[in-house]
Design a binder for this molecule. Structure first.
Ligand code: GTP
Ligand code: MG
Length: 295
């Protein structure tokens, strides 16, 4: 019997939601970085098996202390995602349950949908047995429909998650063509692959002040020409993104190009510009122009 439906990936920032999405889909469609609130948009990744289609909805990490308008809106976007899905997958890190996790779990208590607990990053445990005690302690916190320990990074046990989720989906034909892996446009993903390099290379407030806008996307038979603007909020940030003698921008560009080429399976010619748009994080019109659909 064919089942198909939507699964929200929720959890505090940095638990590995986007890494898991990419792992399940088999492609890098979502940006990953070791920084909280890397994800800004709801990204759907589609997994189609012989008898099921699971549409995973990656959401921005929920956190209590949302200071800018954009951060607050990211929280709202993560909560809104919960209303449209058939199952909720709550991610936590193996062996860790923090006040931030508690905050997220509290927001799931009254949902009508089943909540499946995903214990991520089991590769970090010294022995697999360590997870057993953690499972016990988590069962005391909530009546989870299923509990699946896995590693999004190594791929260990990720197949079990797909199997565990399937019974909770409604009977349905395919919702998307079987070869489709995401609902986002290629341009959007290209922008995310550029932003990912910035998130990974720059620190403090800069990653959060950056938005990437794709201005040019010309696909030719043997190569794709891409022009993108990296928007920052202040002149000082622009200088940091460009770096001494342009070194930082060069590194961002060459690594982004490599991952875009892997995604498009084509040669890429990438040009990047850095421009200032003051305080864009507090101006929703501008962040929409930059492709951030946090509302
Ligand atoms: N060791 C280990 N690290 C992981 C695993 N999954 C994710 N990570 C790392 O955890 C960090 C955060 O991963 P993301 O996928 O960006 O986390 P996220 O939950 O999407 O974060 P936000 O978008 O900020 O909410 C990255 O440095 C990942 O490489 C895992 O299974 N094992
Ligand atoms: Mg993410």
């Amino acid at each position: 019997m064919m089942r198909a439906g939507f699964v929200a990936l929720v959890g505090r920032p940095n638990v590995g939601k986007s890494t898991l999405l990419n792992r399940l889909v088999g492609y890098r469609v979502a940006a990953i970085a070791s920084k909280p609130q890397t994800t800004r948009n709801q990204i759907r990744g589609i997994v189609t098996t012989e008898d099921a289609q699971l549409v995973f909805v990656d959401t921005p990490g929920l956190h209590e202390d949302a200071r800018t308008l954009l951060n607050r809106s990211l929280n709202a976007s993560a909560v809104a995602a919960l209303e449209e899905v058939d199952v909720v997958a709550l991610l936590v890190e193996a062996g860790r349950f923090t006040a931030e996790d508690e905050y997220v779990l509290k927001r799931l208590q009254h949902l009508r949908q089943p909540v499946v607990l995903v214990i991520n990053k089991i590769d970090r445990l010294k022995s697999p047995n360590e997870v057993l005690g953690f499972i016990d302690s988590m069962q005391k916190r909530h009546d989870f429909a299923e509990i699946v320990p896995l590693s999004a990074q190594t791929g260990a046990n990720c197949d079990s998650l797909v199997k565990a989720l399937k019974p909770y989906l409604p009977e349905s034909d395919l919702l998307f063509p079987e070869d489709q892996i995401t609902d986002k446009s290629v341009r959007f993903i290209v922008g995310e692959l550029i932003r990912e390099q910035i998130m990974q290379r720059l620190h403090q407030e800069i990653p959060y002040s950056v938005a990437v806008e794709i201005e040019q996307f010309d696909e030719q038979p043997s190569l794709v020409r891409i022009g993108a603007v990296i928007w920052v909020e202040r002149d000082g940030q622009k200088a940091i993104v460009i770096g001494k003698k342009g070194q930082m921008l060069k590194a961002i560009g060459s690594h982004a190009r490599t991952s875009i080429e892997a995604f498009l399976e084509k040669k890429v010619y990438l040009r990047l510009w850095v421009k200032v748009s003051e305080d864009w994080q507090n101006d929703s019109r501008r962040w929409q122009q930059f492709g951030v659909d946090a509302d």
